[in-house]
Design a protein around this ligand. Sequence first.
Ligand code: MN
Length: 497
Amino acid sequence: MDTLNIWFLTGSQDLYGDDALHQVTEHIQKMVATLNESGSLPLPLVEKPVQKSSGQILATIRQAEADPSCGGIVCWMHTFSPAKMWIAGLSVLTKPFLHLHTQFNEQIPFSTMDMDFMNLNQSAHGDREFGYITARMNLRRTVIAGHWSHKETQERIGRWMRSAAAVAESRNLVVVRFGDNMRDVAVTDGDKVEAMITFGWSVPYFGIGDLVDMMGSIPTGDVSALIEEYRSSYTLREGMDEAFFLGQVTEQARIELALEKFLTQQNAKAFSTNFQDLHGMKQLPGLAVQRLMGKGYGFAGEGDWKIAALVRILKRMGEGLEGGTSFMEDYTYNLEPGNMLDLGAHMLEVCPSVAKGRPSLEVHPLGIGDREDPARLVFDGSAGPALCASIIDLGHRFRMVISEVETVDSPHSFDQLPVARVLWKPLPDLITASEAWILAGGGHHTAYSTALDATYLTTFAEMMGIEAITIGDGTSINQFRNELRWNEAYWGRGSLV
Ligand code: MN
């Protein structure tokens, strides 16, 4: 996350005189330094001069907007800052915006405080004045209250920064499509123009032949070196003619190198494939796609560019955190009373960042796609809290649907299933969560993450101005159905805020 920073804007006014403003500046310097040294912020905070007039605020926010390294702004009113002077500046703000409601002193100095102290430390009402104007202007914003020295406050700011970094990523995201939307699948399709307007995604089409051409240009030595890397990273489960195994793995290594070169040339961080559009390919990309997801690329199968983009966005959000993010698909259920589970997998393409232990590199036949046996990584998912998220196109708007889940260790081994798989219990339970997911229209393809919780995603949705709905502990169908109806009343207007 070294390419972005967040600007820290403190509001005041000229009323208090130079001495008071000098103290305000000292306070900000201490606060910003402490926050930057806290270890909780993934992006640096950049201190800006105390904001004292409408013209200054407009100029500062224009600079923030023009600076590609600025990922968003944090505003805090140290003293009273009449909010009419914020209107011009906030009118041109499009970047993520956090209103931090804090104050310099942690405690009231009961025995020593006088009116000078009161005048200097009045965030409690300065931030209310500022809150009024942001509510009146109906700005997309996050409000975090708490003392700046407290770990919980620092961590919440850090989490907000990750959502902000994902916004910057989204607004520059290129999703390469090899092939188009597949067959007559509805949920994987959508309005690419609207996606560009709403999210910033560019979704160019390429024929798979372009990738095949690039595969021909990959040096043999590069392929051999990559296979050595496979040997050191995975358990090779050969169990078949050694030359055949190596040949199939070599083909995926060539696909991986060509794909990465292709995506780099297109400045793309996500891609999708289509197993009906494999002209000139010997294998469906399996291991190659898993490896690229492992390197941080977004991916989804069958031309599903929306989920490919979402996987990339969640990977960016979760950079450096424990756990991982993968393309996923709800496949089949265990409906045993008392032990209901959802098994997520795909034909091949699950990211090893969500694996428990060392993946096994295997070659097996694949019934669909009509190509040679593809090499793939096989593993079980790592247990713990996770989520599945989908973005769907409702025709007049996008909706993000999030399902909180608890991933579990499989009660039995999968001896015959030759793909990576993850077993989870949705919250509050599989029956309620599935009914809610289907009522919301969530797709079968998702971005699955063990690194993030729902708050990162709902904050991102707020920043992007899209609907988000979460299924989790406490969800009931009646409440959820009403929430969908209320959302329809709000978002159905076509309003962006
Ligand atoms: Mn699929």
